[in-house]
Design a protein around this ligand. Sequence first.
Ligand code: FEO
Length: 395
Amino acid sequence: MKKRVKNNVYWVGKVDWELRTFHGHEYSTHKGSTYNSYLIQEEKTVLIDTVWTPFAEEFVDNLAKEVDLNKIDFIVINHGEVDHSGALPLLMKNIPDKPIYCTANAVKSLQGQYHQDWNFQIVKTGDKIDIGNGKELIFIEMAMLHWPDSMATYMTHDNILFSNDAFGQHLATEELFNDLVDQCDLFNESIKYYANILNPFSPILRRKLDEITALNLPIEMIATSHGVIWRDNPLQIVEKYAQWANDYQENQIIILYDSMWNGTKLLAEKIAEGIRLADEDVVIKVYNLAKSDENDLITEVFKSKTVVIGSPTIVNGILHSVAGFINLMKGLRFKNKKAAAFGCYGWSGEAVKIINKLMEDAGFEVVSEGYRNQWYPNGDAQKAALEYGRKIARI
Ligand code: FEO
């Protein structure tokens, strides 16, 4: 069933309450998600984006109940990723000749995925289409936010920015608008989405936010492709993005570790105690990497100014949970964050050096040689770990 967004603009997407992982298993979606598709019924009838492939049949059936598919004048695909284009093949079977407006890169991604030679109409930033009733659609390329093919579409008069992935959140809800959902859920899912998906592209985002501001378009709604539509103070999420895109950090230190026989875990706890003794105000969070959700941890890393990370030495290396997480952080290109390593060992003891090297390669400023302890930490070792924590707090 379509839901009215504003005037003649309707939501015709899919709420996926059941989704628990996204991008395969790369991103945890504890609260599900939505795939937002929009139907504009002005003098022209326009569909903006579709839904993920498993919901294609349901989507096309529902859409056909709302509008004669042949009455759709054209389709706008803001981004070719399958969660938004997945219903295109089935839809285009019904209306094979209808134009699809998208970027040149989106033609590549859509052809690459579906191997169809649809009626593509390539658009660039500033291109406009008249949709009747004095309204236009204006296209804004959003390359690398977050794919090379991404774009946004702005609807004049109603002043709606269809932003696709940008400003979205993985949040299943039957409510359409930001003011109608739990604000903690909304904030937590928005920052998690930024940290885990958009952070690598922060420099591009900074430039794009300036470019959008310079266009001087009034924005009354930001209609994303996941989660809610921002209608209550829609620029609040743009302001948040401006903060997050500028090497964001809070007064927080995160301690991450994995442990084989709890020695490295004990060091983590003593380091936390030391940090607290040296700094009453800093927020300290301690997580076992192997027992925590990696995407939630990425959000905590995003908020942190320092990452203290530990592993015992195993077979001249480090535990794979730690290595894998450092690799995940590397891909997300964090900037302006400090790092320090620690770990227990029995024999050769390379873990701390290895972590330092990996963290440096991942773009962190390694601020210490690290702290390592042979065998299980005795009283002196625990004191030394506590002192190490004090030292980190003061750096
Ligand atoms: Fe929501 Fe990049 O797809």
